[in-house]
Design a protein around this ligand. Structure first.
Ligand code: HEC
Length: 197
């Protein structure tokens, strides 16, 4: 009895460890997966029954630069718009336009800031940090997250912030699939308080 309890406890997931899984090949993709890149060939070796002898979680393409699974599609394989950009990219001129024309439909009150703070904690804080200094836990490894009160950002108007959340900018990706427009505007109100800090 004691032994079986100890055995079961050892299967548990914790931190970065997924724990042991029953029938792992049902969960881990054998084909290259665009959004995973595990380069350690022994990762998941203990539970692996892959035919190539590598660990269950190994998923990298050795033929690509940096063993990446995902690559920028070559020219003429994905339709681009008249300006030559991919549907997922946005023209850099749109930032100046957004800053001028996008205005929050939600107005300005304290309840919005409180809602925005909650959403910020879920969607932004891990990179941008609780006071917007770019020092969140992910920001510490995903370097180059700028402070909101830096010279380049502290004067940016609400339309710019909304546009960045919606479409991303540079190394930051779009959050449009995770946040509806009202939620984005609430976050904008909270980020504005951090710009002033
Ligand atoms: C995965 C990390 C990550 C997450 C999550 C993230 N950001 Fe960013 N953010 C960045 C990085 C990196 C940059 C710098 C982008 C660049 O210039 O290349 C940035 C830049 C910005 C900027 C400045 C853009 C400018 O004017 O140059 C704003 C504003 C911003 N993020 C807001 C947000 C908000 C609001 C959220 C949550 C909805 C968020 N970010 C979530 C990483 C992140």
């Amino acid at each position: 009895m004691v032994a079986s309890v100890a055995l079961l406890a050892a299967c548990g997931a914790k931190g970065n460890k997924t724990g042991y899984e029953y029938a792992p090949q049902m969960y881990h993709s054998v084909p290259y997966e665009g959004l995973t890149q595990i380069t350690d060939e022994d990762e998941g070796q203990l539970i692996s029954n892959r035919e190539d002898g590598k660990g269950e979680f190994y998923n990298s393409n050795p033929n690509n630069p940096h063993k990446m699974n995902m690559r920028q599609p070559p020219a003429n394989t994905v339709s681009r718009n008249a300006a030559g950009i991919l549907p997922t990219q946005i023209h850099k001129d749109s930032f100046a336009l957004a800053a001028r024309v996008l205005i929050s439909p939600l107005g300005d009150d304290d309840a919005l800031v409180a809602d925005g703070k909650l959403l910020y904690g879920r969607f932004c804080e891990h990179c941008h940090g609780d006071t917007g200094q770019g020092d969140g836990l992910v920001g510490e490894v995903y370097l180059g997250v700028p402070p909101y009160n830096s010279a380049a950002i502290k004067e940016q108007p609400e339309g710019h912030l909304y546009h960045v959340i919606t479409h991303g900018k540079g190394r930051m990706l779009s959050h449009a699939s995770q946040l509806n427009p009202m939620e984005r505007w609430k976050i904008v109100r909270y980020v504005q308080t951090l710009q002033k800090q």
